[in-house]
Write a protein that binds this ligand. Sequence first.
Ligand code: SAM
Length: 246
Amino acid sequence: MSQTYRWNVANHARGYDAAAEHIHPHYVAIQDAILAQIARPADADFLLVDLGGGSGRLAEKFLERFSRATAIVVDQSEPFLEIAAARMTRFNGRGTCQVARLQDDWTSGLPHSPEVITSMSAIHHLDSREKQQLYQRCYDVLEPLGLLLNGDEIRAGDDRQYLAALETWAAHMRKTVAAGLVDDAMRPMLEKWIERNVDHFEQPRSSGDDCHETIEAQLGYFCECGFRGVDAPWHEQMWAVLQGIK
Ligand SMILES: C[S@@+](CC[C@H](N)C(=O)[O-])C[C@H]1O[C@@H](n2cnc3c(N)ncnc32)[C@H](O)[C@@H]1O
């Protein structure tokens, strides 16, 4: 992945961290929906890995909720992980970071098998084959009965419905910009998102773009990997939480 990949620019990482809950209309709801699926006692001692965890906001909420658990944020972006590491300092070593691409073997850096793997707004940057390989890697590394939870952008099967959802989100992004909720570094990122996804809707997507896939396609990948209890416990517009149990 080139050095200029948009998520590797420090200003973009800071800008996204500051504005995510405004840019993403269901940012907090999806975090809450993911955490709600982790049915463990508040004092349970277990490991969660957050893939593409960015600035560590989901890991922070997780560590607040589970007082003896540990979290590892895996991400390819050092600028994002610097913010995550600072955010998790107060948990006295329970929250750590690992720089890795989701296409590579991030499992070799783990201290032991995780009980839970989460991800939010990251896996849709992988193409179909990469998603399938990643989901298989998640299945293989999880503890028996371990849980995979991906709260991500998805597409409708129908092109018109999919485009309408992208246009609705683009209009929402423009409103947040007009309200002064997005900094100078993030604004061009949002314009480029609209250009790629709405203006050039027909153009093929490749790894690193927004490679949205349907809930059904991705739950199919989960099943092929061996996951059971495959389901989408939360779904609104172009976002869903996808779940599988090993
Ligand atoms: C939109 S941000 C979401 C960050 C965080 N999960 C959140 O919800 O706030 C996307 C994140 O995915 C990471 N990412 C994108 N492609 C990746 C890849 N191939 N490998 C690892 N991380 C990736 C980016 O570096 C960035 O931190």
